[in-house]
Design a protein around this ligand. Structure first.
Ligand SMILES: [Zn+2]
Length: 293
């Protein structure tokens, strides 16, 4: 049961977003800054995302007739402009995902510089400003929340305080949260990356994805919101993406779902509130302003 379900467009039972974080090889450059340029294996693993997986993903979305959301670090926008152009040409959304995938907690003192440098890359390559942001490794802090409000972004997608989209209020303004969770993130079942100290037993495609489909079933039953947080170099690989595409097709044909870009969900929530038809749950921020011990 969900206490405050959102009435979705056309009475759909559940909103679905298959989102991708296109980190490419930014991960190795931020984690091994001194010699990443010599490490060809992790560079190649990351490049698989924009060069091989993205065309495959875009092809699926085109055939299914859906538009979805991608989060891309500013440095990756600069490195892979053709991929970015293809994403935008198909009408998908691109959100802010840091500059070189820097962790906001670790770079707090110069977070403003990195946040705005990524925004500048976005404006130069994509035009305008992004609507949304997802923190690298979900590690958002209050500084980033404040920067998002200052720059007019409308939503974050890094936090976990609810099953469905909610609002976050600060003294400076308001943002929506499109909540994530590790249970629908492909990093735990599929990533194996010793250079960044992440080593997990890689699961079979069907086994790793099965956990996601169980999450969907619960959200669907409750009339909620199902979002996958995927990475092209992980789930864009042949065997995994083949199964995700199969699931999307079957779900579209047999269930009453709304596949949406996250910015479309923001617009929908704005409309509902304006019409007085829905009030989202609100989390007041900051949670804490000093250590709690
Ligand atoms: Zn990322």
């Amino acid at each position: 049961m969900i206490q405050n379900p959102i009435p979705w467009p056309n009475s759909a039972k559940c909103a679905v977003a298959v989102t991708f974080d296109m980190d490419a090889d930014s991960l190795i450059h931020i984690s091994r800054p001194d010699d990443s340029h010599k490490r060809l294996y992790p560079i190649s693993m990351g490049r698989y995302g924009p060069m091989v997986a993205l065309p495959r993903i875009l092809d699926t979305y085109k055939r299914l007739g859906i538009k979805q959301s991608f989060f891309i670090p500013g440095w990756c926008l600069e490195q892979y402009p053709e991929t970015v152009e293809a994403i935008l040409q198909d009408g998908h959304e691109i959100g802010h995902h840091g500059y070189l995938h820097e962790d906001p907690i670790e770079t707090e003192s110069d977070q403003k510089y990195w946040f705005e440098r990524a925004l500048a890359s976005y404006t130069k390559i994509c035009g305008g400003k992004p609507r949304g942001y997802r923190a690298p490794v979900y590690n958002i802090n209050q500084t980033v929340i404040d920067l998002m409000i200052e720059h007019g972004l409308r939503y974050d997608s890094s936090l976990m305080a609810d099953d469905i989209p909610y609002a976050m209020k600060t003294e400076k303004g308001e943002l929506y949260e499109m909540p994530v969770h590790w249970g629908t993130d492909d990093w735990p079942p599929f990533a194996h990356y010793s250079e960044i100290d992440y080593m997990m037993p890689v699961k079979a495609p069907s086994e790793g994805l099965a956990a996601f489909w169980e999450e969907f079933d619960a959200q669907y039953e409750a009339g909620g919101f199902f979002m996958l947080i995927l990475h092209p170099f992980l789930t864009g690989r042949l065997a995994r993406w083949r199964l995700v595409e199969k699931w999307m097709k079957e779900t579209m044909n047999s269930k009453d779902v709304w596949f949406a870009r996250l910015e479309d969900i923001v617009a929908h929530l704005d409309n509902l509130r304006e019409a007085g038809e829905y009030t989202p749950r609100i989390e007041n921020l900051p949670y804490y302003t000093e250590p709690q011990r």
